[in-house]
Design a protein around this ligand. Structure first.
Ligand code: CAA
Length: 412
């Protein structure tokens, strides 16, 4: 698929602002917030004050309307300094997309301006203990009680939970339906019965909370059903993930670049055998691979994001988003692994920032759809595309095989 990647002036401006904030408020404190497993409120405030939460919100609702490509550029810059902070930012887009893509006019007017201003943070509640990759297998229920909805159950791995004020929550409204089983709701912090329970103790991205959210007969106003129509939740979730995956993929590109930059600087300073280790060919090979693969994933991520900005939801963009997320996450893990290798024994210790890049990278291959699910999505699209490649059938005559089987049968 060919895709023009055009950076708007606004996108480049937002990228430059993000870079400045990352170096001033994020990188210097990354180790501290990682160790304490605490949220960097000061950096989030700086992001809000600089208008970066406006990036992905449409102009009509107080945003910059700068699109998914600009979101990717901002997430990448923040993640270069701290991958965890990159997702602390990008997850607000993930939580907002159900409203942007499927919300009613009233819901957009009510929630999006507050998100754009950075006054309210957002979280996305899809996964459950027994429903991760199988996103349609949810157990959390929402019951129609006439004048309100009532939500009961537990969600797992809610990134930004506790910090967020607005939660987009997916729940079963029609257990007997196959394709219209699920609906999405907005649940606000402080709603009685809605509680943050277990706060996870994580391997990486420790500066952003990941929690269990519990719903004990939570009364939700009728007008908080996203889109105003029950049964649209799974579609909204899938469309949201298509839009959000380039953002998390950009976080991965930032994580790759961040780890590679540290490894590059280290390789040029660390002396072994009387020369900087960057003079040794085996180290050069690692540096060169990091650079090639990071750049390749960056271009794919930008193309996926630009495609969404140009054409909106489509099967081609869904496939591109999955490819971008999968490749960029795998590259981030590989780059972080090699970057630790370049640092050698020092890389394994927490004295230098590179061990954190390694710990942070792993989740990229797991959340927003495991890389196995991305490959499944990609392959499903390919199987559909095969039907459009009819003209190639003439070059793959199956008669050869049929003849072989006929001969075998005759001999038997
Ligand atoms: N856009 C719109 N509609 C879509 C769609 C898309 N991309 N993909 C599927 N659909 C529709 C289908 O057309 C179908 O509609 P009909 O019933 O009307 O025909 C319906 O959805 C069901 O589709 P499938 O049969 O393909 O569904 P499935 O059960 O086989 O599952 C799946 C598909 C891709 C595996 C999906 O379950 C999935 O994406 N799983 C991964 C979930 C995930 O990514 N979770 C991440 C949580 S968020 C997170 O991790 C963030 C964080 O913390 C930071």
């Amino acid at each position: 698929m060919q895709q023009n990647i055009v950076f708007s002036e606004k996108a480049l401006e937002l990228q430059a602002i993000a870079k400045e904030i990352a170096e001033k408020y994020v990188r210097p404190h990354a180790a501290k917030f990682d160790k304490l497993q605490e949220y960097n409120h000061e950096a989030a405030r700086a992001v809000a004050d600089a208008g970066l939460f406006r990036t992905f919100i449409p102009k009509e609702y107080g945003g910059h309307g700068a699109g998914v490509l600009a979101l990717a550029l901002v997430a990448e810059e923040l993640a270069k300094a701290d991958s965890g902070f990159g997702v602390a930012f990008a997850v607000n887009a993930l939580g907002s997309f159900p409203i942007i893509l499927g919300g009613t006019e009233e819901q957009k007017k009510k929630y999006l301006p507050q998100i754009a201003a950075g006054d309210k943070f957002v979280a996305f509640c899809l996964s459950e203990k027994f429903a991760g990759s199988d996103a349609s297998g949810l157990a959390v229920r929402a019951f129609d009680r006439g004048d309100h909805w009532e939500i009961c159950g537990e969600k797992k791995w809610t990134t930004n939970g506790g910090v967020a004020d607005i939660y987009t929550v997916f729940a079963v409204t029609d257990p007997n339906s196959k394709s219209r089983r699920i609906s999405a709701f907005v649940v606000e912090k402080g709603t009685p019965g809605f509680e943050i329970k277990k706060v996870e103790d994580k391997m990486g991205i420790r500066c952003v909370p990941v929690v269990e959210t519990h719903f004990d007969h939570v009364k939700v106003p009728k007008e908080n059903l996203i889109g105003g129509r029950a049964g649209m939740g799974f579609k909204h979730a899938m469309m949201t993930l298509d839009y959000a995956r380039p953002g998390v993929a950009a976080q991965a590109v930032g994580a790759s670049q961040g780890a590679m930059d540290l490894a590059n600087v280290y390789a040029n300073r660390r002396q072994q055998f009387g020369v900087p280790i960057s003079k040794h060919q085996m180290v050069q090979q690692m540096l060169a691979n990091m650079s090639m693969h990071t750049e390749a994933s960056r271009q794919l991520v930008y193309a996926a994001a630009a495609g969404i900005d140009e054409n909106g939801p489509s099967p081609a963009n869904s496939k591109m988003a999955a490819m971008a997320k999968c490749l960029a996450a795998d590259v981030a893990m590989d780059v972080a692994t090699d970057a630790v290798q370049v640092f050698g024994g020092y890389g394994y210790m927490e004295d230098y920032p590179i061990a954190k890049f390694f710990r942070d990278a792993k989740i990229l291959q797991i959340y927003e759809g495991t890389n196995q699910i991305q490959r499944l999505v990609i392959a499903r699209h390919m199987i559909r595309e095969a039907a459009e490649l009819e003209h190639l059938q003439a070059y793959i005559p199956l008669e050869i095989q049929e003849k072989y089987y006929e001969e075998e049968a005759a001999q038997a």
